[in-house]
Every structure is written in structure tokens, then in C-alpha cells.
Design a protein around this ligand. Structure first.
Ligand code: HEC
Ligand code: HEC
Length: 393
């Protein structure tokens, strides 16, 4: 019976995903796509184990679906090495009436699961949705350093006076992994504070793998009757190994935590000039060059400078907002995108709308409008220097 089920799963799913490129190979320690330098052998083993979970292709037997977006983490996170960004987008939708946003949760919103283990269960964007947007996947390089930045640092940044009328809000969210209120810093809307919570969310929402934090499946477009027919595997599907006490959610989180930050490109005289331009037009009001981690039991993450070029805060970006209300983030609020590793990004902005840095900067609006206008007024040589700087990150 097992081989038959496997064959069926292969026919349903394998055919649709057969064109996926082979996953990239991990790099050496301290390099982009490899483990962070200076890990103990125990942490290095956790990194390697986690990478296995991260690249594991889920099947109907392992709990995939009934609705999902893809079959492994690495399919959407691979550019520049395992854990990178990709051009893959997911769809968010909702209904906005008189500036009030309804995530249409009862209809399966706001995240669409575009695929299903059986076409009969496939979700569609409900007809009443009038806000529909895409979100591109983000890179995970250095995610453990971002996780280790204390909440207090982000709260202080939010409270600090900033130039150009820039405000910035800390995203206060409830962290499912600890049951405490924390400052969000992951995702385009700073919707999660910890890698464990993000992993648990991604397992259930991108792959349909229920886990101890999210034990319930998403019903296709909210239809419980369909779910009852579709879902044959006992929840939670993410099994805890009785010996280690860990499941895929833990292992994937550990992997991301131990990923090296992106390697900086060559710093030429032009790059240094570009960095001066970046400061002089106040891009740094939001893209803060570096923050420092707090103390961590993992020495490689403890009291480290994190050169991420972001304050991780939510900013009202005016017309660049994505129209989706998510947790404390309003429809126009977006997290300052970290700019490290920019040269490895296949596309820019939350919906991946452009591969031109010039277009991405010109799309800045709302709190960023003065800085954006100064960019527009730069001389051609200054713009060239700024681009060289951004591409070196
Ligand atoms: C279908 C594609 C897809 C799959 C599969 C997927 N992701 Fe993602 N990932 C995304 C997208 C899109 C975003 C940005 C989402 C957002 O902010 O709403 C993202 C963002 C993230 C982030 C936030 C990083 C940051 O910039 O702050 C983490 C962490 C993450 N994913 C982990 C995972 C893990 C772990 C898995 C596997 C369990 C996974 N993802 C599977 C598409 C995917
Ligand atoms: C008010 C805060 C703010 C200021 C000022 C600001 N940015 Fe941004 N920046 C953001 C936010 C928020 C995003 C994410 C936008 C989105 O959701 O697509 C972003 C995204 C970007 C991106 C795309 C990154 C990616 O991952 O797709 C680049 C490049 C960038 N900014 C460069 C600049 C430059 C250059 C300046 C100075 C001219 C600047 N920014 C000024 C907040 C700001």
C-alpha cells in the first residue's frame, strides 16, 4: 500500500515540481550560504541536521497539504546559496472597505495556498477580495544575528528622534514559541520575532505541515467540510523525535539561526564615495548601518555587530505599502528591508516588482519621501557611486 500511495503522490505532485532546479550546495564556514564562523562541533551538527530538514521535500505521506504553496523550504530560499531569497512570490489578499481591512480569514485569507494535493481542494482568491498583492521570498543569511538583537534596542530606536519626519514603530507581536509579547523583526511586515515561530508558521502555511505551535490545518478557502474530506494524516504532522525532543520546526529554526551573514563585496574608492552619498541623503534614517546582538548561549551570535542596514521597524511607506493589515502593521506599513546581501537578490521590494535599484529607490514614499527626493536630485556620478555601494553589500 505504501508504494502505491507514494506513486500516487508522485504522480500528483512530482509531475508539477519536476522542473525545479537542483538545490545549491552549502558553502564553507563564514561564507554566504554556509554556517556562521566559530561554531562548536555540537552547533555545527545542528546546522547540518537543520539543513536536511530545510531541504527535505514533503510528500502527502509526510503531511504535505491538503493546501500548500510548495514542497520544501529551499525551493523558495536558494539564491546565492541555501537559505537565500528567490524570485518566488506568494499571494496575499483581503477586502478593504472605507479604509478598513478584512483579511477574509473565514475565506482562507490573507495568505493564499495556491496548490493542493488534489485539484478539488485548490484555493482561489475569493471574488470579494479587492486587495490582492504578491510577496517575494526574503534571504535568511545572518537570521540568527537578527534574532539576537534585543527587543530593547528596537524599542529605543523607535523612541529616538529621527531626521526628515521619519517615525518608525516597533512591531509588538505575540510570539507563539514563547507565549510572550516580543518585538517582531522577520518578514516584510516584521510579523515574527523568533525563527522558531517563523519556521512553525512556514511549515503550516507554506507546506501544510501542522506542528505543535499550529496544530490545525488551513481549510481550503475556509471550507471545513472540504478539509474533513481532504486531510487524512493525523495532526500534528511534524513529529517530535523522542530521543532529541526536536522536530523539523526546531531543526529548520536552528539551521537558519546558524547561517552566516552575507559576505561583503569589495570595498573600492567608488563604494566608499557611495556610502558617503547614502549617509548624506539620510537613507540611514531607516537603513541603520549596524546594530549589536545581546548575549547568546551561542558565542558566534553573542555581542556581535550586525551590519544589516535596517532598523527592523515598521514605517508608513505611503503608496509603497502593500495594502495588507497584518498584526500591528497597517496597510501602508512595511519593515525597513535589510540591505545586506542586496547583490544576491533576484528582485527588489516586497512584491519583487523590479530588478532595478533605481526603480526600487524611486518607489519609496511616505516617511521616506524627503530622502527619495534627494536621491532623485543626485548628479549622475553620485548615483553611480551610490549604486556601487549598494551592490557591494
Ligand atoms: C512558497 C515559497 C516559500 C516556502 C515553501 C517557504 N518560504 Fe519562507 N518566505 C517566503 C516568502 C514569500 C517570504 C516573505 C513572507 C512575508 O514577509 O510575508 C518568506 C520569508 C521567510 C522568513 C523571514 C525572513 C526575513 O526576511 O525576515 C523566514 C524565517 C522563512 N521564510 C523561513 C522559511 C522556512 C523555515 C521554510 C520551510 C519550513 C520556508 N520559509 C518555506 C516564501 C517561502
Ligand atoms: C522611511 C524609511 C526609509 C528610508 C528613509 C529609506 N528606506 Fe529604503 N526601504 C524602506 C522600506 C520600508 C523598504 C521595504 C519596502 C517594501 O516593502 O517594498 C525599503 C526598501 C529598500 C530597498 C529594496 C530592498 C529589498 O530588499 O527589496 C532599497 C534598495 C532601499 N530601500 C534603498 C534605500 C535608499 C538608497 C534610501 C535613501 C535614498 C532609502 N532606501 C531610504 C525604508 C526606508
Amino acid at each position: 500500500m505504501r508504494p502505491l500511495r507514494f506513486l500516487l503522490a508522485f504522480l500528483c505532485i512530482g509531475a508539477a515540481f519536476a522542473q525545479q532546479p537542483p538545490p545549491p550546495r552549502p558553502s564553507a564556514a563564514g561564507q554566504t550560504g554556509g554556517p556562521i564562523a566559530g561554531l562548536t562541533s555540537v552547533d555545527l551538527a545542528a546546522y547540518r541536521n537543520g539543513l536536511e530538514s530545510f531541504r527535505q521535500v514533503e510528500t502527502v505521506d509526510s503531511g504535505l497539504g491538503p493546501i500548500f504553496n510548495d514542497t520544501s523550504c529551499i525551493v523558495c530560499h536558494n539564491t546565492g546559496g541555501p537559505g537565500g531569497a528567490s524570485g518566488r512570490t506568494v499571494t496575499r489578499f483581503g477586502l478593504t472597505t472605507n479604509e478598513l481591512f478584512d483579511s477574509l480569514a473565514a475565506r482562507g485569507g490573507s495568505l493564499l495556498q495556491a496548490r493542493a494535493i488534489d485539484p478539488a481542494f485548490r484555493e482561489v482568491v475569493p471574488r470579494e477580495a479587492n486587495t490582492v498583492t504578491r510577496r517575494v521570498s526574503t534571504p535568511l543569511f545572518g537570521a540568527g544575528l537578527i534574532e539576537a538583537i534585543p527587543d530593547a534596542t528596537l524599542l529605543a530606536l523607535a523612541a529616538a528622534a529621527k531626521p526628515d519626519g521619519v517615525r518608525g514603530r516597533a512591531a509588538l507581536i505575540n510570539d507563539v514559541s514563547t507565549g510572550t509579547q516580543r518585538v517582531g523583526r522577520f518578514g516584510w511586515k516584521s510579523q515574527q520575532a523568533t525563527l522558531l515561530a517563523f519556521a512553525a508558521d512556514a511549515y503550516v502555511n507554506e507546506m501544510g505541515i501542522t506542528n505543535r505551535f499550529f496544530p490545525e490545518e488551513n481549510a481550503p478557502n475556509g471550507k471545513a467540510a472540504l478539509l474533513a474530506r481532504a486531510d487524512q494524516i493525523m495532526d500534528p504532522e511534524d513529529h517530535v523525535n523522542p530521543t532529541t525532543g526536536k522536530s523539523d520546526v526546531d531543526r529548520a529554526a536552528a539551521y537558519m539561526r546558524l547561517l552566516a551573514p552575507p559576505t561583503r563585496g569589495t570595498v573600492t574608492a567608488e563604494v566608499l564615495e557611495g556610502e558617503r552619498v547614502f549617509h548624506s541623503i539620510n537613507c540611514t534614517a531607516c537603513h541603520i548601518p549596524a546594530l549589536t546582538t545581546g548575549s547568546s548561549p551561542i558565542a558566534a551570535l553573542s555581542q556581535k555587530r550586525v551590519v544589516l542596514y535596517s532598523d527592523l521597524l515598521l514605517h508608513d511607506m505611503g503608496s509603497l505599502g502593500d495594502g495588507i493589515v497584518q498584526g500591528p502593521a497597517g496597510d501602508r506599513d512595511m519593515r525597513t528591508a535589510p540591505l545586506w546581501g542586496l547583490s544576491l537578490r533576484p528582485s527588489y521590494l516586497h512584491d519583487g516588482r523590479t530588478s532595478s535599484l533605481d526603480t526600487a529607490i524611486k518607489a519609496h514614499d511616505g516617511e521616506a519621501v524627503l530622502s527619495r527626493n534627494r536621491y532623485v536630485n543626485l548628479s549622475a556620478p553620485q548615483k553611480k557611486e551610490l549604486m556601487a555601494f549598494l551592490r557591494s553589500l
